[in-house]
Design a protein around this ligand. Sequence first.
Ligand code: GCW
Length: 702
Amino acid sequence: MPSEAYDDCWLRYEPVGDEHHDSYRTRCANVYASVGSPELSAVRDELRRGISGLLGREPHLWQHPPRSAAGFLAVGTPEEMAMIADSVSIDRVAALDDGGFRIRSVEWEGADCVVVTASTDRGLVYGTFHLLRLMTNGCPIDDLDVTEEPANHERVIDHWDNPFRRSVERGYAGPSIFDWERLPNLRERYVDYARLLASVGINGVVFNNVNTKIPDRASANEFVSGKAGWQLLTEDGLERVAALASVFRRYGVRPYLSVNYAAPMLIDDYDTADPLDPDVEEWWERKAEEVYDAIPDFGGFLVKADSEGQNGPYDYGRTHAEGANLLARALAPHGGRVWWRAFVYADHDDRAVQAYETFEPLNGEFHDNVTLQVKNGPVDFQPREPVSTLFGAMDETDLACELQVTQEYTGQGVHTCYLVPQWKEVLDFDTHVGGEGSPTKNVFSGSEGAGIAGVGVVGEDPTWTGNYLSQANLYGFGRLAWNPDLDTETITDEWVRGTFGGDPAVVDTISGILHDSWPATIDYETGGLGLIHMMYNGEARLENHYDPSPAAWPGYHGTSEDGIGIDRTSGGSGYVDQYYELVAEIYDDPETCPEELLLFFHHLPWEYELTDGTTVVQRLYDNCFSGVEMVRDLRERWRALADTVDDRRYRHVAERLDEQVVQAERWRDTLVAFFYEHSGIPDEHGRVPLAEPNRVVPPRED
Ligand code: GCW
């Protein structure tokens, strides 16, 4: 029984309360569902599982309308099921985007029914999960009239899993769930993972790490010699990928692979991978054919090129557009797409300016089936960054926004840090591209090749994500990718109810904990004024991005005797000028720059006065202290659930919150001592120890 080995997450399907039991039973205890495609078998399985859990009894499954029943649930397309064609407007259904669905409560020949319909089988999967979510959340279903379409065409999870090795780069939930040694043998866990993804609308999965080759640095997540990521492109590798794809296909999730740019050399001993070399071109064409022969619904390639030791077109003096277009040409006849990452930086004084300088001049040069995948901020998934300038600069290029679901810089598998509010901030940010009211989310929604990618978070751990509460980030990522207009409260409420049940005290408490967790993390990890990279980032072996160590990389936060922050104004690194004028003006002036990003854009004296008269250094102290207070408070709030949440999950989260308090204190103490040492200005409230060495704090050994 899988649920004993690992958690069901938000798909627990606990029995519903009395309030809706009768109406749910009337309309859903009998199910008339279409058969045929792999997706439809997944629909039937899910209904069996979901309705059994919610109603305490297996539903009857029919292949024709059950005329004896007082009501039933019908799932299928209007073409296949006359009863559905009778109950909904066929044209409206036909007009739905791929993945879109309609759910209606109808009366049909005297029976009280619910109809779930769509124009594609994938839409039926989403519609089914949506109906089950409504019931899980205790919503009435007697009067449903729901039409949903995904706002973003592509909604992909990128695994940074190292095949064969089974380690996960920046993964904090144990080994990779993908057991490539044993594939093509399948595991039940793949099915359950596909269910989790489909239940929140994710439609693509990249199975392997963007680092496909051993980088020079032997990091904690090193690669081993022998089989590596690029070997999935061999005949043997593709057989394994095809097996995995067969599971995900049932849930409407398309498979993708990260590829190494030098694959012709690594796999077939070519002496070049130059994108303008005809032999290389032919190699990729052949490879694409092999891939599509094995996996007809293959989504495409994800590429990290010329970044952190990975091969790329720069090796041959070619541009990123030339590089990406080579692969795009090979994939185009098969309907595949290249996802080309914009995470490229070298030795520039200010790393923030680089992605724009590299890619903006190439706007319009990428083929139609290339998507440029841009991290949300200009540096690297920090607790808070401004939104990347590329979102306002690439109007002739399909863009995807890359968010990090795994908590590399936000407490990893230990800290509770709910990232949906961070992502909302990114998605709602006004780029001013088309004048005022042009939020980032509009840049990559709507267009066929655009979308949202999230760096994966799951591993072999029974919790999937390393911390029960971080499951909320995976859930929230999918829901936002489907509909970036959903508010945080709605997403949180859905997740808590599905995961912990509907007891109002539990829902309120856990929602509140999640809500306050990101601001707390920002405060104790950065001081809350837009500083970044205060964590340990030293020699590769210890590059853990977890422990506090502001002294390790002063270049990232610009600390000096006279002040703190990086000057990215027009007079400084000029990063600010990459934004649209109106945005640039706001950030350029410390008086108008939002306080939470102030030191990202400005190097200011320690005693620079903020709007309320507090000095910069004092605000940094205050925020570090209040961040810790907040974490203590989160822990108290969780403790109040000791008798209501089951023991296993209660203790697991309680232990992590205990550890988070210890770590937050450590962060606070390290940061305030550092600020004090450089500013020489004591905390007004006397909380900061007066003499602390300026030290690099080594990571803990355990
Ligand atoms: O955030 C950094 C990580 C690397 C990662 C890289 C990237 C996959 O520290 O581990 O490599 O970004 O996004 O490529």
